[in-house]
Design a protein. Sequence first.
Length: 486
Amino acid sequence: MIKQFLNLKLSQKLSPQQIQVMKLIQLPTQAFEQRLLEELNDNPALESGKEEPEIPADEYEADEYEDFDDSETDTMQEDINIDEYLNDDTPDYKTQANNYSDDDEERESPLAEPISFHQDLINQLNTFILNDEEREIAEFLVGSIDDTGYIRRSIPDMVDDMAFTQGIYTDEKTVERILHIIHQLEPAGVGARDLQECLLLQLKQKTPTQDVALAIDILEQQFDAFSHKYYDKLMQKFGVSSADLKNAIHVIEKLNPKPGGSYTAGNRVTENIVPDFAIRILDGELQLTLNGRNAPSLHVSKDYQEMMQTYKDSRDKSSSQRDAVQFIKHKLDSAKWFIDAIRQRQETLLVTMNAIMHYQQEYFLEGDEAKLKPMILKDIADLVGLDISTISRVANSKYVETPYGTKLIKEFFSEGFTNDQGEEVSTIEIRKVLREIIEEEDKDKPLNDDQLADILKEKGFPIARRTIAKYREQLDIPVARMRRKI
């Protein structure tokens, strides 16, 4: 049986221009510069820098075009209003000087060209005597190491992958032998397949001592007990004193669980955070500026406008000329849309950050995290009249330079909680108090979540145990048993 019915559905769609604006808003300063460069390379009708003197608009009176009697020209005029591209209202964009500091770019620190983590490992292979096949396998294994320094794939899988993708036919025994060579590379522990192997590789490169020997025995024989901090079981298993066990564990704690991360920590790979905003205090007042790199000078190419003028003045308009002017129109439209999108991006960034700055004015004036007010995305969205998703795009990826350091904007957002005095406080303050309590606890008898809840209640924050557990996890603090020190 077939039924026919009418279904009404209300939907909202964004235009391509609106989508472009949303994507630009989401980009932090460095990514925005890259996107700008791509657009300048892709669209010859878009130019950067100061615009050359404009051609007087009175040279392009519309009646000159209306005198043409070519029938095909009439059709073209309906499709393209050429005068739109020839008047003196061509979009031009330059940020107002008071929106950013002139010395933004001058503060940039030059960075040496970094050597990648994997390239450094490949370079180290040159110190080993390897035949062609062994070197191919070794380079494949290096390529399988992730950024933390581990090989997460099984040897059988890598043997199959080498055969199918690289044409390298080998066996598991050979790969295992080459892997032992990888394990001799620096940093120590690189190429391990799990944490246990990573720590053992580092221990076996140390000078043999009683503490190192006990540490190796613990990791080889009782890794699970060690990871769960069952210290009494370890002392009983190895027949050692509390002091001996403490020394061995101290040796293990000094090892690096992520050897690939030490490459970044050693400044061989450098990440440079560029603040998108700066907040300064002048005469007791807050001043907000947008990084000048977000404010490029852009204008529509005069050459492309002149091409449109040439077409307008031409009485013989061939098919190829019409195709060309369609292309020019498309590029001019794209240039205008992009310039307008950048203007909207800047306005959105400034109005959003300005609202955040005034909402958290007490914090920005004093730098005390206790002064941070509960603030959610909707609070700012209501203040500036923008969608919550737009505020989220600004907050999630942008940094602001303050007198108290460079901060990720989303860190200023938090939910509210009412204390026993009836005052609304930010969950940021509660997490700060929780961290301070845990830092001051007796590590021989660390506080469990129920005890932490009781202490916070005494301080005026009646919070449930499950909420304590959530905040503790957000602070990346383990449970009490894992915080215990021997």
